[in-house]
Design a protein around this ligand. Structure first.
Ligand SMILES: Nc1ncnc2c1ncn2[C@@H]1O[C@H](COP(=O)(O)OP(=O)(O)OP(=O)(O)O)[C@@H](O)[C@H]1O
Length: 325
């Protein structure tokens, strides 16, 4: 049972994320129009429950394809969870490779756009601009379109914009691994300042030493399930032991292991979660809340037909008004 008296910056209960897999785009389009769901269900997240307190610096670890980025995307509102409840208390800023930049605009225009979206006035942006540009180290490239930047340059720009906005919750997804070493150092110093200010930070990195250095808690996600969440040393040690075991496996054994896990991700159902929650003593009401559907591919189909119906209705209205003259 979760402790209701505590204050949480993030509270997640039973978060799942379903993707419908189609082998081609036309197959996907056909399925939307025909209303069938031939695409295989794939559950990138299978019921994650956790509480994050103010000041927590949480490292998220897991092998490739485990669902780390999917979780960050759900946390930051880029994609909706399929089921489960998510409570976020505070503003959230995401630093990730390619995150949220408009590639046709220049670096400077991106800075302005992001700040306008944060509710700043043009005058406030003019005052903040030199500091952001200087931090980004982009020099004269700041007036070039972002599409001409390297991934390291985009990462520098994204980091400078987001951290300047001073969010309550900072989400950092591998973005520090692509910049040059000097910038990475500067970015890590900035993250230390955030930690000292007691902000909440989510930190995804394949560099376990960096995770050990910066975080106080680690969440280990494996193929959409949370295997462990707790103090950094304990979970990082367990994860490291697991990766060493994985490294010692033969190619065949590893493939078998991964295929088995991926198969489980296709066979998963929300009903499995319901049973699990009931068995763990969660009340019927809580269980319903934790497994309530928030989004599904089917909604996409509904909204497509709704949009088409709306367009037809608008066209009919225009024609009717035209005849009425
Ligand atoms: N839009 C999507 N459509 C279909 N499947 C997706 C989509 N996004 C992610 N996936 C799948 O969900 C699973 C989790 O992906 P995710 O990128 O979250 O993993 P990750 O732990 O961040 O991996 P990595 O360490 O390689 O970055 C993967 O199997 C991936 O193929």
């Amino acid at each position: 049972m979760l402790d209701e008296a505590k204050q949480y910056t993030v509270r997640a209960q039973g978060i799942t994320k379903n993707f419908q897999l189609f082998s081609t785009q036309s197959e996907k389009l056909k399925s939307i129009f025909k209303g069938n769901t031939d695409g295989a269900n794939f559950w990138a997240l299978r019921g994650l429950t956790f509480d994050i307190e103010p000041g927590d610096v949480v490292g998220i670890v897991g092998t490739n394809g485990s669902g780390k980025s999917t979780l960050l995307n759900v946390l930051s509102g880029v994609i909706p969870q399929t089921s489960g409840t998510l409570e976020i208390n505070g503003s959230i800023g995401v630093v990730a490779i390619n995150e949220g930049l408009n590639w046709d605009l220049t670096g400077r225009e991106n800075i302005r756009l992001k700040q306008l979206m944060m509710g700043m006035t043009n005058h406030q942006i003019d005052l903040a601009m030199p500091e952001i540009v200087e931090f980004s180290e982009l020099g004269e490239f700041i007036d070039q379109p972002v599409k001409d930047y390297s991934s390291g340059m985009r990462s520098k720009l994204g980091f400078s914009i987001v951290t300047h906005n001073d969010p309550d919750i900072l989400v950092v997804d591998e973005a520090l691994s692509v910049g040059d070493q000097n910038f990475s150092k500067k970015a890590l110093t900035k993250i230390r300042e955030f930690i000292a200010d007691g902000k909440t930070i989510f930190f995804v990195s394949h560099d376990l030493e960096q995770v050990r250095e910066f975080t106080n808690k680690v969440m280990w996600i494996q193929y959409g399930q949370m295997l462990n969440f707790g103090p950094t040393k304990q979970v990082a040690d367990e994860y490291q032991a697991f990766t060493q075991k994985l490294d010692q496996m033969s190619e065949d054994e590893r493939t078998q292991f991964v295929n088995h896990e991926k198969q489980q991700q296709q066979l998963f159902t929300i009903d499995q979660l319901k049973d699990k929650y009931i068995q763990s003593g969660v009340s019927e009401t809580e269980m319903r809340q934790m497994t309530k559907l928030r989004s599904f591919e089917g909604f996409g189909r509904f909204s497509l037909w709704f949009t088409l119906a709306l367009i037809v209705a608008m066209m009919a209205l225009v024609i009717w008004m035209g005849y009425g003259r």
